[in-house]
Ligand binder design. Sequence first.
Ligand code: ME8
Length: 621
Amino acid sequence: MKKYYITTPIYYVNDVPHIGHSYTTLAADTLARYKRLLGEKVFFLTGTDEHGQKIQKAARSVNLTPQELADKVVENFKRLWKKLDITNDFFVRTTDDYHIKCVQEAFEYIYKKGDIYKGEYEGWYCIPCESYYSEVEIGKDKVCPVCGRKLDLVKEESYFFRLSAYEDKLLKFYEKHQDFVIPKTRYNEIISFVKGGLKDLSITRTSFDWGIPVPFDNKHVIYVWFDALLNYLSAIGCKNGSFEEIWPADVHFVGKDILRFHAVYWPAFLMSLELPLPKHVVAHGWWTVDGKKMSKSLGNVVDPNKMIQKYPKDAYRYFLLRNVPFGLDGDFSEKELIERINSELVNDFGNLVSRSLTMMEKYSDGLVNMPITVENDNLSKLAKSTYDKILEHMNIFRFDEALIDIFEYIRAVNKYITEKEPWTLNKLRKTAQLNEVLYNLFSALKFVAGIISPFLPDSSEKIMNMLGLNDVGSYTAEFFLDFYNIEQSKVAKKDMLFERIEYKNEGEKKESEKKIPIDEFFNVDLKVAKILEAEGIEKSRKLIKLKIDVGEESPRTLVAGLKEHYKPEELVGRYIIVVANLKPAKLMGIESNGMLLAAKDGENLALLTVEKPVKPGAKIS
Ligand code: ME8
């Protein structure tokens, strides 16, 4: 049996999963299901990236240890993947022992080989991207060329990987494997990046400790990307056990943001480890929401949990995979999602299944029988040519095109019904012809159920069940392609595949309909603060400037509209509740860091306080 190894990036645990993470994972899941359908032995890996400065910083800001943060956030990913029926075979965590051991072994191997040496790193570092940048890349503004955020100037002792020694080898490899990076535009970008010259890569840090220690020098922790990339090996036994049956990876799915790590650093590490290189690195584009970049501060981060509460899971999968040519950037809008549900999933797909089953029930009591002779096998021929097109498109990871192929077939079957007029055949009692048409429809639905199963697994299961067939996973593609392999089946129309949805603007909804998931609430960091000083702002009728202790190194300034309700001296010494993770805002020229909570009933305003004094900085949970 042919093996096929698919991976997603391992996601950072500083944040909850959003639509972007779910996109990569759903694409990988679709490919995994598709390869299983072809009868291949798939190993599908996902997981979480739990070390590094960014995680350490995030943990500190919520008063947790990095391990506690990782243990908490990893559950959000696992829960979401379960809800989305992701069929990964393993979930790797970079804080797991087997992974730590693998990274240390790899580091030592490369060191002994002479590809790692000690030196000093001085340069720019982006903590959110966990990435080093050269002066040339960051330009005058000294901001990260990828995420646009402020960079840190780092100067520390470091071990370096001799990346420069791999420049020619990498270029030769790309030349020989033109489909190593997909799509072609990204392949070209990688080649020009490498041709621009590779500098040795700093692969250890000393200024923080949340990482895997260098085995022979524990003052250093291993750079989070060296650590993270090795997950693709550690998860399959790290040069041991079943490793040889699975390695090399057939495809690493990544977002375009992390292509360089996968297409330059990773193959160089593997060359140094003397291991075969992955077959493909497939980089997809970036999702924005209603035309804007997703960000917490804009409050437009799309939570997949919320989406699959509102819409069928298959509709969510369909929209993501169909709406954007895989590789290009895309924009998420609920309006467009609803349009696709109503036009393609309800009108074309749902309607075909529903009308076919209704006719089978009505004209032959739900019994379909293989015809004795076949007059017209156009649907069967069309299924074969559709299948060939799907294979071609899936070979180059064009999920959108494969779905277009399937929906063209669905429309052709709808047209077949219109042309054959089974209702007329029934009226004229042309039983043999009617039987043949119904059987062809049965086989066409069987084909659709099979070929659509990687993309829309729930719908596929529903159809199989209504056709009186077994679980879709028990068959491979040949079964679905063969139109004449079921002698007889009893079908029953049980389920609607999709229901039409009315589009409602957020603004049109009643307050009570605007429910938020619990994760959204937990995004707000509520803390107890003690008011140390309070002073009315002279030119303002409402504002008072407060100095508050939120359990941090130094007090914060917070500006609040309390003047009409409290005298400044009444406020000092009170324990209040503040939103601690708000972006700073300027009020009357004073920067306010946070917001206090108060209840208002029209005229009266009352501060929210705690019942008895607790330590400033205590979390409200
Ligand atoms: O980079 N649109 O983890 P990460 C599309 N730990 N895809 C998006 C997206 C968006 N707006 N936002 C995120 C890391 N993604 C490293 C990976 S692998 C050895 C280590 C997806 O949590 C996309 O796949 O920042 C992107 O590459 C990945 O999430 C980044 O996830």
